[in-house]
Each structure stands twice: as structure tokens, then as C-alpha cells.
Design a protein around this ligand. Structure first.
Ligand code: TYD
Length: 133
């Protein structure tokens, strides 16, 4: 089964332009407890390099693009997030890396839980141990 599960957010467009609505437990398949965004990422910086024990997220590049790698310990898949209508669903226990941010990239992330540093697995070896239990 692919790790790349997308949620598409159809733009509600008219002659004035476009609008996307993100609704908790509707277009977004979980209750949203937290929203954050990553922007002004410096050239050649890569981010992420962690997994979460209990956290679902949807990542959307509202402007610009970046390359997202997802890894479940068996498969590694990648995708360009390059559209404000394309959300990538990231489940628990998935290692993620973000690379090749465009200068204008604004990566919006919707999360199912509040911030909790104890929920992070930041070491790839520990992540592999955990998924292979
Ligand atoms: P981090 O998760 O390490 O960024 P990334 O994995 O995307 O490279 O977060 C960077 C810093 O921001 C770190 O000190 C934790 C803090 N942070 C919060 O306080 N709240 C949040 O919701 C997030 C995502 C990060």
C-alpha cells in the first residue's frame, strides 16, 4: 500500500480567484488541534527527519514547493508538494523528510494533537526498531 495518501481540496473559484476551505473532521480526516507553517527556509536546508508515535498530519504547500519523503521502515516514497489544493496525509509512525524548498515555499501543516516533544522519534535507528516490533 502506498504511503502517499492525498487529500484533495477543490478550489472554490470564481472570477475573483480561488479559495480553499479546510474543515476539521470533514475535508481533513481528523479533528485539528494545531496548525503550523514553515516558511523562509534557507537554501539547501532539509527539515523533518523524524516520526511521531501518535500524530496525524496533513501537509499542504500553499505557495511554492518542496519535496517530501515518507518512509515506513519498509518503503520510501517521495512526492513534490507543489499545489495549494493537494494535501498529503501523514500517519503515525512514518518517517518524514522535507527537501528542496523553493524560496517562496509556505508549507502549512494541520495536526491531530498539540505539540509534544515526547511524541517525536528523532533517531532513524530507533524508528526502525519501533516499526519492526
Ligand atoms: P521541528 O519539529 O524540529 O521542525 P522540523 O521537524 O519541521 O524540522 O520543530 C522546530 C522547533 O519548533 C522545535 O524547537 C520545536 C518547535 N515546535 C513547536 O514549539 N511547536 C510545534 O508545533 C512544532 C511543529 C515545532
Amino acid at each position: 500500500m502506498s504511503l502517499l495518501n492525498f487529500v484533495s481540496f477543490p478550489p472554490l473559484g470564481d472570477e475573483r480567484g480561488s479559495l480553499v476551505a479546510l474543515e476539521s473532521e470533514k475535508t481533513v480526516p481528523f479533528a485539528i488541534k494545531r496548525v503550523y507553517y514553515i516558511f523562509a527556509t534557507q537554501k539547501s536546508v532539509a527539515r523533518g527527519f523524524h516520526a511521531h508515535k501518535n500524530l496525524k498530519q496533513v501537509a499542504i504547500c500553499v505557495t511554492g514547493k518542496c519535496r517530501m519523503i515518507l518512509d515506513n521502515g519498509e518503503n520510501r516514497e517521495e512526492v513534490w508538494l507543489d499545489s495549494p489544493t493537494k494535501g498529503l496525509l501523514i500517519n503515525d509512525l512514518v518517517w518524514r523528510e522535507m527537501h528542496d524548498f523553493s524560496e517562496d515555499c509556505v508549507l502549512l501543516v494541520l495536526a491531530s494533537e498539540h505539540y509534544d516533544e515526547n511524541d517525536y522519534i528523532r533517531d532513524y535507528g530507533s524508528f526502525l526498531k519501533q516499526v519492526r516490533l
